[in-house]
Design a protein. Structure first.
Length: 422
């Protein structure tokens, strides 16, 4: 019975990642229909997605403090409640279709964004509080896998619901949040996070010390996570537009085609989680190799404009991102002591939101100017990120020499044979 209760607890914690990704991914296939029915401009339609991420990014640091100061479980429960209410507000505004429907949808999306700030980012801190060692790594990886699976499934869910009426999508949020609220309330134990609570002034002072001590380590980790989500959502936005404008696919078929590279992302996250404990000493090397691969893939994608070549390379890109993200989760949650963990993991969630928000904007801008430019710039960013990972995430090698670099890339050390004496 205890084993069953723990499994439900893990399911509840990891499901916060699925709820989080529903916020934007489910709406992507139906944005053209929303724009048409409500007579919105392209900018207004994109704001329905972006305002969610912006609200979440701004709110997360404050939620992080509250989760360290009070109960993480209660913060998540309140966030789920607000997330669901936001869906009801947007859904009601959509049904009414008055002159203020757009404003009503935006208001609901702001509420959802604020609520989303207290879901998966705080759940990561709970995982670090409740579990340790390989168990912790597996649960963190399962969270990333669930997030990736949500990216695959949610566009299909959105497209299917839109076959009836697109505004029904907003009512999925209160339904899903209600179920998760009940599971979290009854099955997730929060006693492990009830350590000494710091008053605000002392808390800020403590955080300043943590950030100063680990500034390059944390900044490199944050930039890695943000870059991955920037690339993923930027490329998905680019691909969705190309599918409709160049290959004349629409709605549900767009969701099906885009689900293939996202499936690679999910499988990569899942497999990485299963083996990350065995290769924990090589996490930084894995990160560098995959950022170098991403840099290469972002250049190679421009060699051919055919649909299947594009989907193939995006699948490779998704695979590398799927490997990187579980590694980043493990690094972030174990980088600081428990007292600051809520803030540090929340801030990581915040920069991920920033990446999600900026990706479509940047790719959308350069699609009208020069799409090759954004791919080359993204390739350069991945190359820079690989260098940053080498110098700032490799804590063991303080004094890096040329020989260190050669030895460092030898992941599998083959011991030399000793000469046998006759």
């Amino acid at each position: 019975m205890r084993r069953e209760s723990e499994n439900i607890s893990i399911f509840s914690i990891t499901s916060t990642s699925f709820i989080l990704v529903l916020g934007n991914s489910m709406l992507i296939p139906v944005l053209p229909e929303i724009r048409h029915d409500l007579h919105l401009t392209q900018v207004q339609a994109s704001l329905i997605l972006s305002i969610f991420s912006i609200a979440g990014a701004v709110t997360i640091p404050f939620i992080g403090y509250l989760s360290d100061r009070f109960s993480r479980k209660h913060i998540i429960l309140a966030s789920l409640l607000l997330y669901g209410i936001g869906g009801l507000v947007s859904g009601t505004a959509s049904i009414l279709q008055t002159s203020f429907s757009f404003e009503g949808i935006i208001f609901g999306r702001v509420l959802q964004g604020i609520g989303s700030a207290g879901t998966a980012p705080i759940a990561m801190a709970i995982v670090a509080d409740l579990f340790s060692g390989s168990k912790q790594l597996k649960v963190l990886s399962l969270m990333e896998t669930t997030n990736s699976m949500g990216k695959v499934v949610s566009p299909l869910i959105g497209a299917l619901i839109a076959l009836f009426m697109w505004y029904y999508i907003f009512f999925v949020f209160p339904f899903a949040c209600s179920i998760l609220f009940i599971l979290f309330y009854y099955y997730v134990n929060d006693e492990a996070s009830s350590s000494e609570k710091l008053i605000f002034k002392k808390y800020v002072s403590h955080l300043a010390g943590v950030m100063k001590e680990n500034k390059f380590y944390l900044l490199t980790s944050y930039s890695a996570g943000a870059l991955c989500l920037f690339l993923l959502f930027g490329i998905l936005f680019y691909s969705s537009d190309r599918l409709e404008s160049q290959f004349e696919t629409h709605g549900f078929m767009n969701g099906v085609i885009l689900s293939f590279p996202l499936l690679f992302l999910t499988v990569a996250s899942f497999l990485t989680g299963n083996v990350i404990g065995k290769f924990s000493n090589y996490i930084n090397r894995i990160l560098i190799v995959n950022f170098l691969l991403l840099s290469l893939f972002l250049l190679v994608i421009m060699l051919n404009e055919s649909l299947w070549w594009t989907i193939l390379i995006i699948s490779f890109i998704s695979t590398s991102i799927g490997i990187v993200l579980p590694c980043m989760n493990a690094i972030i949650t174990n980088s600081v002591r428990k007292e600051a963990r809520g803030f540090v993991t929340a801030l990581y969630g915040s920069v991920r939101f920033v990446g999600i928000a900026l990706g479509p904007i940047a790719f959308g801008y350069f699609m009208e100017v020069s799409i090759s430019t954004i791919f080359m710039l993204s390739s350069l960013l991945c190359l820079i990120q690989a260098v940053l990972c080498f110098f700032y995430l490799n804590k063991k090698d303080k004094n890096i020499s040329f020989q260190t670099i050669i030895n460092w890339f030898s992941i599998f050390h083959i011991p030399s044979r000793k000469k046998q004496r006759g």
